[in-house]
Design a protein around this ligand. Structure first.
Ligand code: BT5
Length: 321
């Protein structure tokens, strides 16, 4: 892929026509090779003007989450250093999990244009229409005890929330345990899945769904009243590779903090941003309903709820408020 992205870079930097000879010289390949790269780019959906006398000119870029496009907006680092792009897939989490089992390195990320079996938590479905949103899974290999893996969900929500606030100027709110909302509607969710051995985490897959350019007509009926997207909030469409590149960089930043300062640091930031302390919450934990006042977030990501003078610790569930 390297030569191909180099060719693209030259086309972009030229702004107008650039000769095949020039590109061939810079890459140290033949003019025929350059011509083949142009054909390859066209197959990927790039629109290239070819003129016998003047050379090549980039006219259009496809709306696709290709790794080399995402990479233009990433600030380096491990997360996203390798990106696997799929047009359509069952679930990026399922794919990334298999890759991780096969030994794929930390940071490798999987993105897809659509998912047939997009997964939410507890067997729920993640609505994943084609070409509109971001469906991303990242493999992490933190050396931690499984009991503190849960705050990785917070790390993801924080990265999403920074990304959309910085990008679209919307205000994101965090809802325990894994939601990012805008004006009370869900714009993103995270599903983490892990593999453990003995007392260690072998790997974690962070799966993020972020609604970018989806409109009400792209939404399944079940989510029309509860979901939103950047487009719906701002009436603008966004370059998904850019959003994704910035998201990967934000994930890198929070993951670094998690490794350096531990789960508590991430929980503290999340707790503060979610303004959860003192809130009256009703939480449904696998059918059991608890109502009480939130006292904060424990180091393992559990929510502490004061119910009639005693503190109840809840690790998994859904908040209704
Ligand atoms: C989540 O579950 O919020 C986790 C979603 C993770 C999705 C990503 S996409 C990339 C990766 N690959 C996967 O297969 N999954 C991950 P949960 O908290 O259980 O929320 C699920 C609920 O959110 C559903 O029951 C719907 O009510 C709602 N929902 C489904 N699709 C939605 C969407 N696109 N936008 C907003 N809400 C949605």
């Amino acid at each position: 892929m390297d030569n191909l992205s180099e060719v693209l870079r030259h086309l972009r930097e030229a702004g107008g026509f650039i000769s095949g000879d020039h590109i061939a010289g810079r890459l140290g390949v033949s003019r025929t090779a350059v011509w083949k790269y142009m054909n390859q780019l066209e197959r990927y959906g790039y629109d290239i003007d070819k003129s016998k006398g003047k050379g090549y000119r980039l006219v259009g870029t496809p709306d696709r989450l290709y790794g080399w496009e995402i990479d233009r907006y990433r600030s380096g680092g491990r997360i996203g250093s390798k990106i696997v792009h799929k047009e359509s897939i069952d679930s990026t989490n399922i794919f990334a999990f298999k890759q991780a089992l096969a030994g794929e390195a930390e940071g490798t990320s999987v993105v897809a244009e659509s998912q047939d079996l997009g997964k939410g938590r507890l067997g729920r479905k993640w609505s994943s229409p084609m070409g509109k949103n971001i469906y991303l899974s990242v493999i992490l290999r933190p050396s931690i005890h499984p009991s503190i893996v849960y705050p990785i969900t917070f790390l993801s929500s924080l990265a999403v929330s920074d990304t959309i606030e910085g990008f679209a100027g919307v205000t994101a709110t965090l809802k325990w345990p894994n939601d990012v909302l805008v004006r009370g509607r869900k714009i993103s969710g995270t599903l983490i899945e892990l593999s453990t051995e003995a007392d260690m985490v072998r790997f974690v897959v962070i799966g993020i769904g972020l609604n970018v350019n989806m409109g009400p007509e792209d939404m399944d009926r079940e989510i029309r009243a509860t979901a939103t997207s950047l487009f719906m909030e701002t009436k603008k469409t966004y370059e998904r590779p850019r959003v994704c590149g910035i998201l990967l960089s934000n994930l890198e930043r929070y993951y670094d903090l998690f490794k350096r300062e531990g789960a508590r640091a991430i929980c503290d930031i999340w707790e503060e941003r979610a303004r959860i302390r003192g809130k009256h919450l009703t939480i449904n934990q696998m059918g059991e309903v608890f109502s009480g006042t939130a006292k904060g977030i424990d180091r393992d990501g559990a929510i502490l709820l004061e119910i009639g003078g005693t503190t109840k610790k809840i690790l998994a569930g859904d908040v209704n408020f």
